[in-house]
Design a protein around this ligand. Sequence first.
Ligand code: SF4
Length: 334
Amino acid sequence: MLRQVWVQQYWYDESGQLRWREAKVSRARKSREGTARRRSGTTAADDDAESARVPWSGVEVVSPHDPQARFSHKPGKVEWVGYKDHQTETCDEQRPNLIVHVVTTLAPEQDVGVVNAIHTALVGQRMTPAEHLLDSGYVTPETVHRASTAHGITIVGPVRQDPRAVERPGFAKEDFHVDWRSETVTCPQGTTSPQWKPTMADGKPRLSVLFRRADCRACMVRQQCTGNVDGKGRHLLLLPEPLQQIQTRNRAQQQTPEWKQRYALRAGCEATVSETVHAHGLRHCRYRGLAKTHVQHVLTAAGTNIIRLAQHQPDPGRRPRSRLQELFHTMADG
Ligand code: SF4
């Protein structure tokens, strides 16, 4: 372990000088805060060498007490060393909300990566929900499509809005008409693109649509649409057909009051997170290692359920009759 930590934190440069690796530029790291950096007369350009940087959070050992604990953060909100707990709870009317599934992962793992595992487990336990309310970290067109086709579960949660919409306030991707048969797109001004080309983005298949430069140059609303002034044609990146249709439909639906009212039910889940964190100390690991920490998370969920069941007051109108009440009603009817 000590050898692994040294390799992750130090390296020998070309001259044989032992040097401390620099932190990743894109990620602030708790483990380096307030710590002086070792300098050895090298240039800033050398410091930028990829080989001189620490590994990503997913593999970097940050605690001698728990080699599996990892650093993670939610920008502007919270940062921590340890693990991540994903809880699934019921939200049926007139019944206590119970935590029915718990997943524990390393802290840097993305939320979207556990959705299919949760659904597979729920199906295996015969607790398949008709709808699963999730926050935006879990919702992509891919997870929505997979949940629906593989498990028959409807995911209700916000799909991320187009991150480049601020650059192009005029027309979003959803304002264009896609013709899947002819493999072309028609813009709100009525101009049709040439056939799209398959491409890859972040290792995933996409469809690249590029409008003709001449068409866009002559367009009256070019600047609102293309977001540039150098006369390039509008470029769109489409997802494969079923995923693109999900993205377009969900982005429109999630703006409606009906959808917002339906999704408001998820606020109860935030209350559960708060309860398990503040009342039951969920963010304080009592064990070391992923497996034992998962046991803690499961026990915390079980304890929360016991308290909820004990406090639950069923609707008297729905409570089953006692034998005495049944006898009384039988006699009264007779
Ligand atoms: S800039 Fe091009 S794609 Fe955009 S509306 Fe005008 S013609 Fe259509």
